[in-house]
Ligand binder design. Structure first.
Ligand code: RIB
Length: 311
């Protein structure tokens, strides 16, 4: 397989069950919500959909059960143009997520059960070695077992594929230096940066300090996402704060980080300057937050291009 602009994403699909309410219930309490939606989610799948919708050549490596949620996954990828390297495991279920969305802010709190994707293994990476090695960019997150992510990052790095680790959700155990060294890019949000570095991250300057720590820990470039403040791109050569790109009123932030990572991956796969790749990520996220849902909120290529020329 020859190298092209293709992107391989290792990650998880789950069905998102989203409850909008004025506030989260306390333990032992039942409250009335405002609305419910069932739709495609999972960080890896959302990132794949985001990247494909803006023109990326994307394949997802994952595991599904053999049930209605797995059919939802395949339908979602087909509609978005994501190629599937998913293995179906009839002995397990396709995962699901509980998402509470606060009505006033659109912010969320999530519990995810990855189901079959929780069994993604090193063997799944070996099975897809040809695909992965021929990619321009490899992306993974931490919803599936860490061993698979580490094998994917190592295989990609050895083959000269650009690697992106989106360390979400925040790792339970500290990430090894040997793992961080495999990351050309790491893309934590404020909370994840704090978990990994032990440093507070609220302001851009604090993000810069934490990004320096990430470089000391071994990563090539840190791209810290800062919600409404945009993102900080920080390497040994460059440190640039890219402000958020607003496309309207925030309706729901679920999947905003995934939209960003999808945009960043496409930008890097196209050979854009990293600053422009981060801007592509910010524009993709800027539109996604104006819509409900995770995968369902990912914008198309023309919308993102139109937003970028308007700023
Ligand atoms: O990043 C948002 C995603 O996180 C949701 O779609 C949910 O499924 C969880 O994986």
């Amino acid at each position: 397989m020859s190298k092209n602009q293709s992107i391989t994403i290792l990650g998880v699909f789950v069905a998102d069950t989203t409850y909008r309410a004025d506030r989260s219930p306390r333990m032992g309490e039942t409250i009335l919500g405002n609305s419910f939606a069932l739709g495609p989610g999972g960080k890896g799948s959302n990132q794949a959909v985001a990247a494909a919708r803006i023109g990326g050549d994307v394949t997802i490596v994952t595991r599904l059960g053999d049930d209605a949620f797995a059919d939802m996954a395949e339908r979602t990828w087909q509609e978005a143009g994501v190629k599937s390297a998913a293995r179906r495991d009839p002995a397990n279920y396709t995962g699901a997520a509980y998402i509470f969305v606060e009505e006033s802010s659109g912010d969320n709190a999530i519990i995810i059960c990855p189901g079959a994707a929780g069994d993604i293994s090193v063997a799944d990476i070996e099975t897809n070695a040809g695909l992965l090695r021929a990619s321009k960019v490899f992306v993974t997150q931490l919803e599936q077992p860490l061993a698979a992510a580490e094998r994917g990052l190592l295989m990609a790095k050895e083959a000269g594929v650009t690697t992106i680790l989106n360390p979400a959700p925040a790792p339970k155990q500290p990430l090894n230096k040997s793992t961080l060294k495999l990351c050309d890019y790491i893309t934590p949000n404020e909370t994840e940066t704090q978990e990994i570095t032990g440093l507070p991250v609220v302001t851009v300057e604090e993000a810069r300090t934490a990004a320096n720590r990430l470089l000391e820990m071994g990563v090539g470039t840190a791209v810290i996402t800062l919600g409404g403040q945009g993102a900080l791109l920080h390497s040994r050569k460059v440190s640039v704060h890219v402000p958020a790109i607003s496309a309207g009123k925030v309706v729901e932030t679920t999947g905003a980080g995934d939209a960003f990572n999808g945009g960043l991956a496409v930008g890097l796969a196209r050979g854009l300057d990293p600053i422009d790749a981060v801007k592509l990520g910010c524009a993709t996220a800027g539109i996604s937050v104006t819509r409900p849902g995770a995968a369902a909120s990912m914008p198309g290529q023309f919308e993102v291009e139109a937003l970028l020329v308007s700023v």
